[in-house]
Design a protein around this ligand. Structure first.
Ligand code: CA
Length: 225
């Protein structure tokens, strides 16, 4: 069952949340100050953290920031008595995934918790598709393109074009085929737009003085090999 850490200094509220979570089948632990909360968050494994904003020792924003330095993915819901845009923004800036304002209905907290846990589970079970060629790699679902360790930022069109090349290694693709695959059949775009975008793409992925990742096949089109 999912393990939830509750970092909240109001004893009655913490007790109430804990009872409700246990009733729902979660495993829980309560920490009543920021420093203990941070240490517990980092030293044990948790599926989600409920984090009060105003805490003794170390405030919730700081706790959140320090958890995020070590763990980018664990879901954190910030709980606060204040509801100002500034609080909400700084809560989310510090790395919280969601935000709930006191007093809240416990059903709402439970619903948000379930939704965060579902999101994490969906991400964890989804297989990421990665295409690679030499030092280039493309993660399809996250749209991340890397050359070695460096992230290359591409426009949507450039990304689509690169994916077509990388999923058709060693196959010569005509301008018409590329146009159809990337721009669609009925766009009425001139085929030389393909040349323009291949040039954009080469500028971003090629090294000077080295042969291009995308080769021109004179009179026909392009090929990645
Ligand atoms: Ca508090």
């Amino acid at each position: 069952m999912a393990r939830i850490l509750i970092i909240e200094d109001e004893k009655n509220l913490a007790r109430f949340i804990e009872l409700e979570l246990k009733y729902e089948g979660y495993e829980t632990k309560v920490c009543a100050d920021g420093r203990t909360g941070l240490n517990t968050a980092l030293s044990e494994s948790w599926d989600a953290i409920l984090l009060d904003l105003m805490l003794p020792e170390l405030n919730g924003l700081e706790v959140c920031r320090r958890i995020r330095q070590n763990n980018k993915t664990i879901p954190i819901i910030m709980i606060t008595a204040r509801d100002t845009v500034l609080d909400r923004v700084s809560g989310l800036d510090s790395g919280a995934d969601d935000y709930i304002v006191k007093p809240f209905a416990i059903e709402e907290l439970l619903a948000r918790l379930r939704s965060l846990l579902r999101r994490v589970e969906a991400l964890a079970t989804k297989e990421l598709t990665t295409l690679t060629f030499k030092d280039l790699s493309v993660e399809i679902e996250s749209c991340v393109v890397k050359k070695g360790e460096h992230i290359i930022s591409l426009t949507k069109r450039e990304f689509d074009l690169l994916v077509i090349f990388m999923s058709n290694m060693n196959i010569v693709l005509t301008r018409e085929v590329l146009l159809n695959k990337v721009w669609g059949y009925h766009t009425g775009v001139e085929t030389n737009v393909v040349d323009v975008y291949v040039r954009y793409l080469r500028n971003k992925i090629d090294e000077q003085n080295e042969s291009s990742y995308i080769q021109t096949v004179r009179g026909i089109g392009y090929v990645m090999r």
